[in-house]
Design a protein around this ligand. Structure first.
Ligand code: NAD
Ligand code: UD1
Length: 340
């Protein structure tokens, strides 16, 4: 029987790619999104890729009536929870907005799931919970560091809320996926990342600079203790990340009936410097990127990349796409957006 999966934030960057994968694997995704950080054009992209119009509830996950309506209208087998605000800087300026949306939003969702007997959850967490780890690659057992922003704190609190609920008598099986740095787009270039305003993240800034929307990229520091002095991250293709969610759902299905909570790193296991990402972009775009070395960005982590043993073992999943493919797909998406 086809399984109905509720995807909160399903119109967003990661959510939209997961919708495609769910459809490919024979699930029926149902979207809730308030379009606070996405555009309805994503629905056209999804239709072009899949040929399907997905059921969409336009609204806020804080709206219990809306959630209860969804759970009443559909027999929901599992929930993937993306809906959250994610701009680190904004969270420092407006902490209550972040605690309300990300923490109260999660509580609202869990209340409605509990009320309606829905017991499987995949939660979007982040490698930000590790801060700068003492040892690399970072494992799931690495201690969490105090969050350096309200945004980061909402991910730590979110994991704790879910764990507390699992440890209560409430039937719930949940997996928190700690994403490293998602990049790239669907290879068709029909969906991708749509940053509002000036991007904070590296890859959209690179592709916008390549497209002439930004004059130059500033590399935030080249005096770190890394091979070329620039910071190291674990960049994962968004299609690989999307696959990990489908694997997580299969895991939850196998565990269903047992209250259980697990956290799993989702990365490639490989770190790349900022200059390596720029080189990859220059290779796939066959162009030179205009960049300058600037000062360090306050609060930046020097280096982090995932240990992937647990994701390989528990999710029976591993990444398929290279950094070059991610940059190629991000660039194709940018070219489409910019009519190049
Ligand atoms: P995104 O902003 O593109 O997608 C989030 C979607 O949720 C948007 O479509 C937005 O309109 C919607 N939304 C937000 N608040 C809502 C609410 N209260 N009710 C209904 N819809 C709401 O972000 P993304 O990059 O796709 O990230 C998805 C999740 O993954 C988030 O929880 C984010 O914190 C987490 N995450 C993202 C990254 C990253 O680098 N992109 C890294 C680690 C974790
Ligand atoms: C960001 C988020 C973090 C989130 C993570 C995963 C911030 C401060 N942090 O961090 O909470 O968990 O993404 O998605 O936003 N860089 C430049 N020039 C630029 C932009 C970035 O040199 O114009 C460098 C940064 O210094 C960093 C790397 O590129 O070394 C990646 O930066 P970014 O894409 O912002 O991701 P994170 O720093 O990992």
């Amino acid at each position: 029987m086809i399984k109905n999966i509720l995807v909160t934030g399903g119109a967003g960057y990661i959510g939209s790619h997961v919708i495609v994968k769910l459809h490919e694997k024979g699930y029926n995704p149902i979207i809730i999104d308030d379009f606070s950080n996405s555009d309805k054009s994503v629905l056209d992209g999804l239709k072009k890729i899949t040929g399907k119009e997905f059921k969409l509830y336009e609204g806020d996950i804080l709206d219990q009536n809306l959630l209860n309506q969804v759970f009443t209208e559909f027999n929901i087998d599992g929930v993937i929870h993306f809906a959250a605000k994610k701009a680190v800087g904004e969270s420092v300026e407006k902490p209550l907005l972040y605690y309300k949306n990300n923490v109260s939003g999660l509580v609202s969702l869990l209340e409605s799931m509990t009320k309606n007997g829905v017991t499987s959850l995949v939660f979007s967490s982040s490698c930000t919970v590790y801060g700068q780890p003492d040892k690399l690659p970072v494992t799931e057992e690495s201690p969490k560091q105090p969050a350096n922003s309200p945004y980061g704190n909402t991910k730590q609190i979110g994991e704790e809320i879910i764990e507390d609920l699992v440890n209560s008598n409430t039937p719930l099986t949940a997996i928190a996926l700690r994403y490293f740095n998602p990049v790239g787009a669907h290879p068709s270039a029909e969906i991708g990342e749509l940053p509002l305003g000036i991007p904070n993240n590296l890859v959209p800034f690179i592709t916008q600079t390549g497209a002439g929307l930004r004059d130059h990229l500033t590399v935030y520091g080249n005096d770190y203790e890394t091979s070329d002095g620039t910071c190291i991250r674990d960049y994962i293709h968004v299609m690989d990340l999307a696959d990990a969610h489908v694997s997580a759902l299969s895991c939850l299905e196998e565990q269903s009936g047992n209250s259980h909570f697990d956290v799993i790193n989702v990365g490639t296991g490989k770190g790349n410097t900022v200059l390596e990402v720029i080189k990859s972009f220059e290779k796939v775009s066959e162009s030179n990127l205009n960049y300058q070395i600037g000062s360090r960005r306050p609060g930046d982590i020097e280096k982090i990349y995932a240990q992937v043993d647990k994701s390989q073992k528990v999710l029976r999943w591993e990444t398929q796409h290279s950094l070059d493919e991610a940059l190629r797909d991000a660039w194709n998406w940018q070219k489409k957006l910019s009519n190049i």
